[in-house]
Design a protein around this ligand. Sequence first.
Ligand code: 4NP
Length: 153
Amino acid sequence: MVCLGNICRSPIAEGVLQAQLLKSRIHSVTVDSAGLLSYHVGEQPDKRAMETAVRFGVDISHQQARQIRTNDFSEFDLLFAMDQSVLNQLLSINKTAKFHQRIHLFLEYAGYPEGSIVPDPYYGTLKDFEECYKLIEHASAKILKRMIENGLK
Ligand code: 4NP
């Protein structure tokens, strides 16, 4: 899960998919998140992200922001970008065609219309975080369903 700061959207997405996998008793998937920026490295998720997630039953307070690294492209089968700008930057950081196939817009992979993005709530209100959470939760369930249909156990 990749966003800009790794303190709002991608930590929520990591926590939510992880929780859904656990609930489905699937232990074969490693979920992680990272940001494009180094600015927040080492920090906990944004307070509003933690508060919102815990209100919906997902604790993300143990997470620590990190920056995307070269190895992520080979270590992870799928990389999900939260918006188009993140997607474009991921594609330009790593120019290997083989790895480009692994990079998707999070919402597109979940079956939303082409170009759909998870809006950045960082400069928004708690309500924006709640909307962000609900969108991610809905999309994440669709991604899990798609993975299970593709044979994930
Ligand atoms: P995120 O939100 O990409 O969802 O973690 C942001 C967090 C911090 C900044 C931008 C977006 N920032 O510019 O510091």
